[in-house]
Design a protein around this ligand. Sequence first.
Ligand code: NAD
Length: 259
Amino acid sequence: MRGLVGKRVLISGGSSGIGHAAARRFLQEGATVFISGLDPAEVTTAVAAAKQDLTAPSEVFGVACDVTREEDVARLVSTAGQTMGGIDVLINNAGVSWREPFLEITPQHWDEMIAVNLRGMFLVAQAVSRLLIDQGRGGAIINMSSTNGIAGEADYAHYNASKGGVLLLTKTMAVELGRHGIRVNAVCPGYIDTPLNAGISADLGGAAFVSAYARDNIPLGRIGRDFEVAAVYAFLASEDASFVHGAEIVVDGGQLALM
Ligand SMILES: NC(=O)c1ccc[n+]([C@@H]2O[C@H](COP(=O)([O-])OP(=O)(O)OC[C@H]3O[C@@H](n4cnc5c(N)ncnc54)[C@H](O)[C@@H]3O)[C@@H](O)[C@H]2O)c1
């Protein structure tokens, strides 16, 4: 991808799954990467693993952060900015998901989902946007939505609502931040093989469930891989996407195309 060498990339939720694949991809592209995640031990392990992909002059750093806590988010963005000498790209990726029928969702569970996936995404996006404007050099923000932000999968009402909210957060940010040279886009993956989904599918029947689901619901006949989403993150952050703004890119093996 053009224009990623030397870019300073902050990845929330970069300690696992898609975010970790993104860290590795940006390092392979010659960027410097700062990852965060909820669990300090997971962040330490992820930074050590990502160092395997270092190419001069890139570097990788990390710190734990709970995106639901404003003081954590402020510390994350200032630490990442100071450590890398600024931020050029935000991969706003941290999120959670669990299954729960609509009629059984408690207000507490609703709030927990929204707190991470929508409020947390807003907090990180706003803090980084303010820094990008102060720096005066523009930048790129990519927010993680989902195919569940476009269509309503059963048993995920709170998750679907959070990811739908991310899409309109993204479009509004694009409208307000374009004049600062900050491009804002969203990614909408379908079913991707990550620790998050491994936990969910284990409860539904494991590998047999996954292969039957892919056969019946995904025209490419398989679920996606973390690096296939990371590649879209890299494209949207790169100069190759210089006129892509306020958009969402679906990465789902054709699932939303199926009637
Ligand atoms: N896996 C999929 O099929 C899929 C599909 C569409 C969208 N997504 C989205 O992609 C993103 C990454 O998911 P994944 O599948 O890689 O999951 P994952 O569980 O492997 O990784 C989630 C990451 O988010 C971090 N995180 C969770 N809660 C946090 C909090 N409160 N504060 C800070 N960090 C927190 C974790 O530490 C971890 O680094 C999520 O936003 C998810 O909703 C995933």
